[in-house]
Design a binder for this molecule. Structure first.
Ligand code: GDP
Length: 428
């Protein structure tokens, strides 16, 4: 697959689960390096290759293409135990990983105490965020609090030990206060995690210089985001967000390249919308339709199996995503999921509680729970799109629907995905 920039960011434009994994997998064929720039094992990308299904949490989806180098940038928080479980599972399934995986020496480690803290904090919180409980939030808190342990620290035992010891005493104190002991399990889990230190060090690298040199040498790079735009720590529906910058600007920070090296930003949107975890979903469907869409789209989390709430395509959000990410194009996924619907709604604006109509995404998260979307209704196409490989193969109603998404979003549709398989993609 060609037709995209030398250094392209792939960013989710909704609440995650847009099908970024599939788009990265398809585009990865035409690149040399794929790098993740934020998030941790809370991401779950499902990729289908032939009859095989791969669920990737930390290793970039490019790993499924022979020879591609796959990097985890400084912006990720690396769960070392999970990382090697994933690594070994891929190797067992015959994927050759030799020399192909690199981890930034500046990346922060997500250690077993972060998981404990995550669960304890969420259980005792007055307002639940709906986290995956994988320790991502606490690991980023430690990073911002300058208490984190980085991959580079693994190479200096005394420093590592002193940083881990002070983290452990802080964590145990806090767990005690929350009335939850850490127990001996934590010590065992810490030993297991740190015993993998040398193995991780052997993969460590400096992602910024490596990617920059590759670009200088004419190689092609994909920068892969996790989660989605409205889960961005700064720009999302705070506080119901993830703890990192998921948006395209985060790709430079999170890998260590300069922002001027990025020349293409592809936003991935589903042809409808879903949300997992807590927080408002303005275009949420009524109960029966929500259930129907969940079954049609198989909308259950790849990481947690949690059912995702379903909604109509929200162009207030996609427009916002186009602006905040500087989108140069869209990849629309799961068009086929709408194949049987007689009518399809699209939100064009929001009616706010005070009666005003807005087209910009509001900063006040709580107001989103009280808005009424302004919908337009499109006729469905009521036939299968799964076999379409060109735009001309799509029924006229599906083409008009895509034209309208493009117009409302303000970014051109460049790919349309019509099924889980690699071949089920239309390039425009
Ligand atoms: P990601 O985290 O953004 O990569 O998304 P997920 O992997 O959580 O969810 C995407 C799911 O949708 C996966 O199971 C994909 O195989 C599937 N998928 C991706 N594109 C399409 C598509 O065009 N049609 C259908 N039916 N499924 C798709």
């Amino acid at each position: 697959m060609s037709g995209f920039g030398k250094c392209t960011v792939i960013v989710g434009c909704q609440w995650g689960d847009e099908g970024k994994g599939k788009i990265v997998d398809v585009l990865a064929e035409g690149v040399d390096i794929v790098a993740r720039y934020q998030g941790g094992a809370n991401a779950g990308h499902t990729v289908h290759v032939g009859d095989d299904e791969f669920i990737l949490h930390q290793i970039p989806s490019g790993i499924l293409h022979e020879g591609r180098r796959c990097l985890l940038g400084n912006g990720v928080v690396l769960d070392i135990v999970q990382f090697f479980q994933e690594f070994d599972a891929l190797a067992e399934r015959g994927i050759d990983l030799t020399g192909r995986v690199g981890v930034s020496r500046r990346a922060h480690l997500l250690l077993p105490y972060h998981r404990l803290m995550d669960k304890a904090a969420e259980q005792s919180a007055a307002e639940k965020i709906g986290t995956t409980g994988r320790g991502i939030g606490p690991a980023y808190e430690d990073k911002a609090g300058r208490r984190g342990v980085r991959v580079a620290d693994l190479g200096n035992r005394p420093r590592l030990e002193s940083r881990v010891a002070s983290a452990m005493s802080r964590v145990c104190e806090r767990l005690d206060r929350l009335g939850q002991g850490a127990g001996t399990d934590l010590e065992r889990a810490m030993e297991e995690a740190l015993s993998l230190g040398d193995r991780l060090l052997a993969l460590s690298c400096d992602t910024g210089p490596e990617i920059t040199r590759a670009l200088d040498a004419g190689q092609r790079v994909l920068l892969e985001g996790a989660q989605g735009t409205v889960l961005d720590l700064d720009h999302g529906t705070y506080p119901f967000v993830t703890s990192s910058n998921t948006t395209a600007a985060g790709a430079a920070i999170g890998t260590g390249i300069g922002p001027t090296r990025i020349d293409d930003v592809v936003g991935v949107v589903k042809a409808y919308i879903t949300r997992v975890g807590e927080g408002p979903l303005p275009t949420g469907m009524d109960q029966a339709m929500d259930e129907h869409m969940r079954q049609l789209g198989g909308e259950f989390g790849a990481t947690t199996g949690r059912p995702r709430r379903c909604g109509w395509f929200d162009s207030v959000i996609s427009r916002f995503a186009a602006q905040v990410n500087g989108l140069t194009g869209l990849a629309v996924t799961k068009l086929d999921v709408l194949d049987t619907l007689p009518e399809i709604k699209v939100a064009t604006a929001y009616t706010m509680p005070d009666g005003s109509v807005v087209e910009d995404f509001p900063a006040d998260t709580w107001s989103l729970g009280d808005i009424v979307p302004v919908y337009e209704t499109h006729p469905g196409w009521e036939c299968s799109t799964a076999g379409a490989r060109t735009l001309a193969d799509l029924p006229p109603n599906a083409r008009s629907y895509l034209d309208r998404l493009e117009e409302l979003t303000g970014a051109p549709v460049r790919w349309v995905s019509v099924g889980t398989k690699r071949s089920q993609i239309i390039q425009l």
